[in-house]
Design a binder for this molecule. Structure first.
Ligand SMILES: NC(=O)c1ccc[n+]([C@@H]2O[C@H](COP(=O)([O-])OP(=O)(O)OC[C@H]3O[C@@H](n4cnc5c(N)ncnc54)[C@H](OP(=O)(O)O)[C@@H]3O)[C@@H](O)[C@H]2O)c1
Length: 225
């Protein structure tokens, strides 16, 4: 049995990950940030240990980390947002874009830094930063500039973190879940959340240190940075 920390588990991909892992008998600690998220988590994964924080709030993350007692084997930094309505290169909501960078690019790093002491105590530690294909510098298209920039920033953070933690045997990857039918992905996305999450779990479990610093999709296939 492994100990998984799933961040952003009140709905969507994080909630389904907590559900599937708990159902399989894994040890799950999962974070939400609202009463509604907590209720959804308790209904879907009653055995999971809940934490509550917003990934923009370093003090709240530290307080939550202080409640954890055991090594964390898999840290899935999944919480993310899509950002403001106006986010084109010619018409940007700058306050909204800054907030999105704090959630999508820096939020995962705040979480990793706070929980790193527990990750270091695992025998086979893995850190997954949930990114997007839209964070790729080689993908064309100009819609959702703030979201793309936030995930491109997260990809760079994933590379740096992987290089810094490799000597300690900690695997770090940037992982895209595919286009998933959640609140964020919308009803026309190609993947059922159950299938994306099953693929993510399989991929994370198969990682070795040789995989660190990869940019992967939910099937474990490489994406172009
Ligand atoms: N769905 C897709 O097609 C798709 C594609 C590529 C990448 N992704 C990425 O996959 C991850 C999960 O997406 P999803 O589809 O499950 O999205 P979702 O259904 O919109 O759920 C987003 C999750 O992130 C949490 N969250 C948002 N802002 C937060 C904050 N400031 N602090 C803490 N938690 C926060 C939400 O909590 P609340 O319920 O409290 O808001 C919710 O649990 C995201 O990083 C997203 O960028 C998704």
């Amino acid at each position: 049995m492994s100990h998984w920390l799933i961040v952003g588990a009140g709905r969507g991909i994080g909630l389904e990950a907590a559900r599937q892992l708990s159902a399989r008998g894994e040890r799950v600690t999962a974070s939400v940030r609202s009463a509604a998220g907590l209720a959804a988590l308790e209904a879907a994964a009653p055995q999971a240990t809940p934490l509550q924080f917003d990934v923009r709030d370093a003090a709240a993350i530290s307080a939550a980390a202080a409640q954890v007692a055991d090594p964390i084997d898999m840290l899935i930094a999944n919480a993310g947002a899509y950002g403001p309505q106006r986010q084109s290169s010619t018409d940007m909501d700058f306050d909204g874009a800054l907030d999105l960078l704090s959630v999508n690019a820096l939020g995962p790093l705040r979480v990793v830094q706070a929980f790193l002491p527990y990750v270091k105590r695992s025998a086979h530690p893995r850190i997954v930063l949930m990114t997007s294909r839209l964070g790729s510098m080689s993908l064309d298209g100009t819609f959702n500039v703030a979201y793309r920039a936030s995930k491109a920033g997260l990809n760079k953070i994933a590379q740096c973190l992987a290089d810094d933690l490799r000597p300690e045997g900690i695997i770090v990857v940037a992982l895209s879940p595919g286009r998933v039918r959640t609140d964020m992905g919308g009803p026309n996305a190609t993947l059922h959340v159950r299938d994306s999450v099953a693929g993510i779990i399989r991929t994370v479990e198969s990682l070795t240190l040789a995989d660190t610093r990869r940019y992967l999709d939910y099937r474990g296939e490489d994406l172009p940075w």
